[in-house]
Design a protein around this ligand. Sequence first.
Ligand code: 26M
Length: 841
Amino acid sequence: THAPDSAAVLSTKDAFEESFVRHVETTLARNMYNCDSLAAYQAASNTIRDGLLIDWANTQQKQTIQDGKRVYYLSLEFLMGRAMDNALINLKSRDNTKQSLNELGFNLEDVIHQEPDAALGNGGLGRLAACFVDSLSSKNYSGWGYGLNYQYGIFKQKIIDGYQVEVPDYWLKYSNPWEITRHEIQIPVDFYGYVYEDHDPNTGIAKKVWSGGERVLAVAVDFPIPGYNTPNTNNLRLWNAKPTEEFDFTKFNAGDYQQSVGAQQRAEAITSVLYPNDNFESGKELRLKQQYFWVAASLHDIVRRFKKQHKNNWTKFPDQIAIQLNDTHPTLAVVELQRILVDLEGLEWEKAWSIVTKVFAYTNHTVLPEALEKWPVDVLGRLLPRHLEIIYDINFFFLKEVEKKFPGDRDVLGKVSIIEESTPKQIRMASLAIVGSHKVNGVAELHSELIKTTIFKDFVKVFGEDKFTNVTNGVTPRRWLRQANPLLAELIAEKLEDPEYDYLTNLGNLKKLEKFVNDDEFLKKWDSIKFHNKKRLADLVKEETGIVLDPTVLFDVQVKRIHEYKRQQLNIFAVIYRYLRIKQLLAEGVSLEEIKLKHYIPKASIFGGKAAPGYYMAKTIIHLVNKVGDVVNNDPAIGNLLKVVFIPDYNVSKAEIITPASDLSNHISTAGTEASGTSNMKFALNGGLVIGTVDGANVEITREIGEENIFLFGNLAESVEELRHKHIYEGVKIPAALGEVFGAIESGLFGNPDEYRALVDGIRYHGDYYLVTDDFDLFLQTHVKLEKVFGHHGGDANDSDHLHSWVKKSVLSVANMGFFSSDRAIDEYAENIWDIEPTNQ
Ligand code: 26M
């Protein structure tokens, strides 16, 4: 017999409508006459959820029977965005749902917009994890995600008087139809307490016991992850912290009932809020508590599942299980597994350690020193006394091996030691992750090379080159092409003669677009889709900011977390320069029309992104962008020649509107600082051209699409150190154009110049660490060049110059972006790191 699948509820209108009405009446306890868009969203998503759960159950059963190796992806962040449209696309039920909803009197787009984003991540790292679970399912792997179910996701950003204001994101206001709480899966997690030595009554062997302290329960909450065009549906398991029923009786008996209950309630604080830092380490104890809570619950869950199948056949453990550490955040998992095997399961240290290092692999996402995690020894020792002992033992045995290899080399020992002998002493989490893993990877070629020669160079000496590898990031084309850009996805399907959109899991097929690159009708269609997407973005901008954009101008976009190394300041300074030049030309009596023809093409500079709440410099940049916008946009002399927009609260759903609408996007980090970038891939996949530095994945994008189809500029990574030195020893030279910009800022053109003092002085007097002065003129020159290529498009679809220059590059980019599918990245992890193969469907 054939097991039923999601199609049973989702593939016919009758089935969908019947289920929808039933959910309105039972799940929601409402009726069809009192059903608004929100209720429709809830009823529709419950219907889709029913379908997902059938696939989910079948998948878990199939995977258990096949009993193959499974990968667990441990990430403190999963930046999933909305689930509904994605589920409909992956289950190929979008058309049926749209029609069914129509018949019931609803519009699918309106219904989709009712869903709040699942924003359980900061930026690149969290969104990568979301793309990876999509690919794990779509490529039929057995792979689970493990993370935390924060009650508050990344804050919502409001812009008030040009300043960022953070508002809590209480995303679970209404019940969340995509999550299934497994009330029966409760795992106790302990903190604090003390360690004592005990003796095994039978063997007399000494062993360590960790006892006492505080106990919290981890309750599992599951999110089914559907694959594209396959019933394979993996699981994303996020933990909720709950109080135990146990009760502090000493306090209770002392009459302090309130305090006793209060202490219990604080358990929930552990999964209350996502830390809003991106590429910055905060060092708060609650953060360490989150990490251990999550790691302990996940490992006990994994071990429990293993023992159910394989008892205590521990040598099989690494054949059954691979665990990927997404950055150093889950590194305590290494220590926890060693503790489970040695203290709880009674394995010998050596045997346990050889299992541990076969299981784990670690991905590094940054070279920035301020982002590298370190925990003070006393903080960790108080919270996790037994783990601290184990870390010292791991370090002791490791350093003994190093000593053997480099006899008498104190220098190397100090550099690779897991303990930093500073005051206070600190535990280097990256060192622990490297020592505890069999593979370490960076996220783009340049980055993977850089970590081998900088932050991890001493470990390369100890372990050899082979332990260090590269897996270039990727993005899922289901969400970032089909979902975000349905018209382009449709045109591509038509041109590839692929009515089932199979290219979405075989992205290399895009290459076939190349043969249409001289077909004018095709180019016009391509361009008109971009124009449509730009109008869609203009509507969003109007709604969010009141600013009216002319969709015929060049849309020049930079959206990503605000960080000095990403250099939004370089971009806004160049915008200010452009404004000053236009004003000057006007003052000299040159007309707007003439300026457009001879100097500048009309453009809109579009910014978006959040600053970490404590990051003053990033907030200053946001303020400057907004104030420049106020001045430029309200200057009647400028017309449509220049607009400056800051879109508030950049998030996944807004990215789905913004990404397909860019003509040009900025990926202009100081060379050597951006590990990969993933939005660069999304923009290029949607036919936007890229202006970028020779950094991160820009390098490989250039190799794939050809250097004539990208606008690269700036100093190279290998020059950065020397330039920084020069700034310090010879002083920073401000190029004339940038000097004019600073002059304008200091004249008060954008409000009180003191507001921007730190930003300007950081460049002028404090060494210009991010090399704005070195790259400024190159950035301006590259703009002159690219604007010639864009031409005076003016929205005229018959502008053949524009078509044969810019639009052609756009097509050639997309045609060669196949490599950047997260499916390819996941295949590389599977083959080179996890040693797993797809399951049979
Ligand atoms: C640290 C401490 C406390 C709270 C949060 C953090 C933290 C959170 C996120 C630290 C780092 C975090 O992310 C780093 C990150 O997002 N790196 C980016 O990873 C992407 C995926 O690999 C790359 O594309 C980006 O280049 C890289 O910056």
